[in-house]
Design a protein around this ligand. Structure first.
Ligand SMILES: [Zn+2]
Ligand SMILES: [Zn+2]
Length: 118
């Protein structure tokens, strides 16, 4: 039995966010900019841990469209590939990492992270 927390029911793009619906009923909304900056592909070399506390001072500047997800597709059973507004699509995000990086306040609190005040 797969862990329903890490199994994806559906994923799609809404505005500038990637939405993941999980088998356990949880929904995650990932801001495109944060996700793109976490791209771990060879050409981006993003931070391994999504939304980690570390910043990326060496990250090259990306055009605004590069931070907007335009399409998403499943890769095997554990991966998700995001196509970006600038045509970039090398990055594969692991479902488990995505779920563990869910930016919603409930998940952040569960991870012991401070929630960002609006
Ligand atoms: Zn990349
Ligand atoms: Zn969450």
């Amino acid at each position: 039995m797969e862990d329903p927390r890490f199994s994806l029911k559906d994923a799609f793009v809404v505005g500038e966010e990637l939405v993941c619906l999980w088998e356990d009923g949880h929904e995650s909304y990932f801001p495109g900019a944060a996700l793109r900056k976490a791209c771990t592909c060879a050409s981006c070399k993003g931070e391994k841990h999504l939304f980690g506390k570390a910043t990326l001072p060496t990250l090259r500047r990306l055009p605004p469209e590069a931070l907007v997800p335009v399409a998403v597709r499943r890769v095997g059973r554990y991966g998700l590939q995001v196509v970006w507004g600038d045509g970039h699509d090398f990055g594969i995000y692991h479902l488990k990492e995505l779920r563990q990086s869910c930016p919603c306040s409930a998940c952040r609190a569960a991870r012991g992270e401070e929630t960002v005040a609006p």
